[in-house]
Ligand binder design. Structure first.
Ligand code: DC
Length: 224
């Protein structure tokens, strides 16, 4: 079991990653970015030339049976390793953005991920961010936050994030991808994105990053 869990869920580009990452630093918690794990598996499927129109379930099963994903903190930055190779930047690319929701909807992938995520959190204090953290992965989390923000603001933030990683983007394409993923992630049959009943909603549309982090930090400190 984890020692203490802060579950942060929300749609793509809602601001949850920035908050989760910074909060983990301030509180000395382990930062568990579950989206990065789904992205890594998606990258591997694409690298293996998996069919995109008709997902090859056999290939997916083979991949999850033989893949290692590690999240390692190096110089205060979490780096993502797929089979020991650093894919931190690659998993943010448009090809992955465009296909990650479809791979994430596969029940076998989700089952594998949830087990891994619980294993990683064992004995630790964690800030865990994703879509199903407060509802499925850690339903007994000590703090549950649901982050939301207006679509255009989310698109602007996502573009800024991409440009900081030297990845070019187009505003309309980003909007299209965010809308698509929100719809897909919230309507899938298994563990869809939804607010846990006992989650606190934080709307970050009009908040600065500092306001957003401080708000959540205060809630966590009160419950620690
Ligand atoms: O948080 P992100 O944008 O990096 O997540 C990428 C995708 O991974 C997201 O569109 C859906 C999926 N995901 C998921 O299904 N469950 C999670 N706990 C985290 C991410």
């Amino acid at each position: 079991m984890a020692k203490f869990v802060v579950a942060i869920d929300g749609g793509a580009g809602s601001g949850k990653s920035t908050t989760a990452r910074e909060l983990a630093k301030r509180l000395h918690f382990f930062y568990l970015d579950t989206g990065a794990m789904y992205r890594a598996i998606t990258l591997k499927y694409l690298q293996r030339d998996g069919d995109k129109d008709n997902i090859d379930r056999g290939l997916v099963s083979e991949i999850i049976a033989s893949t290692t994903i590690d999240l390692r903190l190096e110089n205060s930055v979490t780096r993502v390793y797929l089979d020991e190779k650093d894919v931190t930047l690659e998993i943010r690319k448009p090809q992955v953005n465009d296909f990650v929701s479809q791979i994430s909807a596969i029940p076998a992938v989700r089952k594998w991920m949830v087990e891994k995520q619980r294993e990683v959190a064992k004995g630790k204090k964690v800030i865990c961010e994703g879509r199903d953290i407060g509802t499925v992965v850690f339903p007994n989390a000590q703090v549950k936050i649901y982050v939301q923000a207006d679509l255009e603001v989310r698109a602007q933030r996502r573009r800024k994030e991409l440009s900081e990683k030297n990845i070019e983007s187009n505003f309309n394409e980003v909007i299209k991808n965010l809308k698509f993923r929100d719809k897909y992630d919230s309507s899938r049959q298994h563990s869809p994105l939804k607010k846990a009943e006992d989650a606190i909603v934080v709307d970050t549309t009009k908040l600065t990053i500092e306001q957003e982090i401080s708000f959540v930090e205060k809630i966590v400190r009160e419950r620690l």
